[in-house]
Write a protein that binds this ligand. Structure first.
Ligand code: AMP
Length: 284
């Protein structure tokens, strides 16, 4: 595995791959890799001849009061894990190369509508930061395939919309969420949880599964179900940001014609914000 921080040598390798007719897959990450990230890499390897993984903690997607400085950076361990999986290039660009004119002057990519709801309402500017960095990384790596986790369900929909709207020439793949044995979705932010919080954390998954079961069993009183789930989470010790039930493809409130729904939850445990989601199909 080669580790490359500069954009020019990456482009040079990319050019040679193209001449050799190689199919390129790309997995963007912010590092502190866990099995969820590594699963994306495994899926990427299945469709491509060469795999590029980026590690870049993107300042543009963090709000002023968020955890940019505290975000875990574990490059050595990440590099060893990716090398063991047979990744071809680990790309670790520098903030000063990615945003040479500073964040204030940076041209941005924004996917309207879908970026402003749910997590976007709680974290203004977040999805602008995500869409901008992902489109920049796509321009640097120029992959044929890119892999993203369904764990960040809204992010995946924002990226799919961006790729479609801007006619980007690549295929976006969503990969199911990898969980710990107790159901907690793996996340770099789980490391922030203290022992007591970590014990409570899987309640998020349990409440979400109960809610999904209720809908699949025929309940349609969504606002009551949402209040009950919120109450259960708060009772367990969470400070719930939102529990929502949306149409899976548009993320709009579901209409009668929508049969593929998604439950989306964000909740704080102490200072740690956890998110998760669960698809629900009404086609039964
Ligand atoms: P991050 O490093 O948190 O920006 O995540 C990088 C990529 O890994 C994103 O596409 C995430 O959706 C994905 N990812 C994060 N956690 C998981 C998980 N538990 N299972 C599957 N994919 C994940």
């Amino acid at each position: 595995m080669q580790t490359i921080s500069d954009i020019l040598p990456l482009r040079e390798i990319r050019r040679q791959w193209q001449l050799d007719g190689k199919v390129i897959a790309f997995v963007p990450t912010m590092g502190n890799l866990h099995q969820g990230h590594l699963h994306l890499v495994e899926q990427a390897k299945k469709v491509a001849d060469v795999v590029v993984v980026s590690i870049f903690v993107n300042p543009m997607q963090f709000g002023a009061s968020e955890d940019l400085d505290a975000y875990p950076r574990t490059l050595e361990a990440d590099s060893a894990a990716l090398s063991a999986l047979g990744v071809d290039v680990l790309f670790t660009p520098k903030v000063s190369d990615v945003y040479p004119r500073g964040l204030e002057q940076q041209t941005f990519v924004e996917v309207p509508g879908i970026s402003y709801m749910i997590c976007g309402a709680s974290r203004p500017g977040h999805f602008r930061g995500v869409a901008t960095i992902v489109s920049k990384l796509f321009n640097m790596v120029q992959p044929n395939h890119a892999f993203f986790g369904e764990k960040d369900f809204q992010q995946l929909q924002v990226i799919k919309a961006m790729v479609n709207d801007l006619s980007m020439n690549l295929e976006v793949h969503g990969v199911p969420t990898i969980r710990d044995a107790d159901g907690l979705a793996m996340s770099s932010r789980n490391g922030y949880l203290n022992a007591k919080e970590r014990k409570i954390a899987p309640v998020l998954y349990q409440v979400m599964c109960e809610l999904a079961d209720s809908i699949e069993l025929g309940r349609r009183d969504f606002s009551k179900l949402i209040s009950q789930a919120t109450e259960q989470l708060n009772q367990a010790g969470f400070n719930t940001d939102y529990v929502d039930i949306r149409a899976a493809s548009s993320l709009l409130p579901p209409g009668h014609e929508d049969t593929e729904l998604v439950i989306l939850i964000a909740a704080f445990l102490g200072k740690t914000r956890l998110i998760d989601n669960h698809s629900v199909s009404l086609n039964y």
